[in-house]
Design a protein around this ligand. Structure first.
Ligand code: TXA
Ligand code: MG
Length: 310
């Protein structure tokens, strides 16, 4: 863990929102109220900013994050909408519905946000403070619920402070969350939608079709495991002839996660480096040793899954 920092709780007025937006522009994560629960928001176009969300939460693994945008129009610049998705968005946005949709190429979203998946979770929040922050920051905001890993979602500023105090610079206090429950998440599928997480919207008005797993699928589980199509070897000191080596620190490799051994930088680059390794003209992938401290635990969790035989 990094050294504790001072966490300020400020009113979610115009001054507070401007300060939060300025912090976001420097790559810091800030806690912000939404109508569902408080979110820990950072610039979704910056891998380093998104890595700081995971670092603050102490997440043992990289679950893909929800990206918040100000409007359906902004969402259309990031993901592909079919007729079902458009109808749901028009009916429930802004509001507590998250849509998992195919990510458009060149959408400009950091690959750490989607954990390397070809899909992205998008939401247009209704809360005026989150809308104000989106307008002021001028970038899409990745935001998981603003709790430390394994803790319950916060519905007021004090909950956030209890969980993340000392780990984030700013909490915008906008009072208690109106819904108090995380958004309903659906993935658009052929002939309807798959319910990935039940939430405030229970009647979607569209057919719920079972997914491969037969019904509700725990988000962040099965569907979200990015695995490269090539065998992957961990804790490599050097590459074999048929290996593409992803380096770290003193091991340079063919491309490095971080030449200086910076775990925030390594997390930010992880999925891009894996994709690059998959496309490289070698049969296998090797990865240098990543220390298990701080974000290293989440990086290693992801690498072990990627290396698991299947
Ligand atoms: O109400 C909410 O949704 C709040 C506020 C802040 O917007 N956010 C929230 O985020 O609950 P989080 O990270 O705690 O939960 C997001 C869930 C995760 O379980 C993740 O696995 C799932 O969304 N998710 C994100 N992207 C996904 C994707 N491409 N496919 C499947 N699941 C995805
Ligand atoms: Mg959560």
């Amino acid at each position: 863990m990094e050294a504790p920092i001072a966490t300020e709780i400020v009113p979610a007025d115009a001054v507070g929102i401007a300060r939060a937006a300025a912090l976001i522009r420097t790559g810091a994560p800030v806690a912000v109220p939404t109508e569902t629960v408080y979110g820990l928001a950072a610039d979704a176009t910056s891998g380093a900013a998104v890595a700081r969300i995971y670092a603050a939460q102490g997440r043992p693994r990289f679950n893909p994050l929800i990206v918040h945008v100000p409007s359906l129009e902004a969402a259309r610049a990031i993901a592909r909408f079919n007729a079902h998705a458009s109808a749901l968005a028009e009916r429930f946005w802004p509001g507590p519905l998250t849509l998992v949709l195919p990510l458009l190429p060149n959408a400009g979203i950091a690959s750490l946000v989607t954990a390397g998946l070809p899909t992205i979770a998008l939401r247009v929040p209704a809360h005026p403070v989150m809308q104000g922050l989106l307008a002021s920051a001028g970038v899409p905001l990745a935001a998981p619920s603003a709790n430390a890993s394994g803790r319950i979602s916060p519905t007021n500023a004090a909950h956030v402070a209890a969980s993340l105090g000392g780990r984030i610079p700013l909490i915008l206090d906008g009072g208690a969350s109106e819904r108090g429950l995380e958004s309903t998440i659906v993935a658009v599928a052929a002939g309807g939608v798959r319910l990935l997480r039940p939430g405030p919207i229970s009647d979607l008005g569209v057919r719920i079709v079972a997914g491969e797993t037969g019904g509700i699928e725990a988000p962040g589980q099965l569907a979200s495991h990015y695995a490269p199509a090539k065998p992957l070897r961990l804790e490599a000191l050097a590459a074999a002839a048929d290996e593409w080596l992803i380096g770290f620190g003193a091991v340079p490799g063919d491309a490095s996660l971080s030449a200086t051994g910076d775990l925030v930088e390594a997390a930010a680059r992880l999925f891009a480096r894996l994709h690059e390794a998959e496309a490289a003209p070698r049969k296998r992938i090797a990865v240098a040793t990543i220390p298990q401290q701080g974000l290293g635990a989440a990086i290693n969790d992801r690498l072990r899954r990627a290396a698991a035989p299947r």
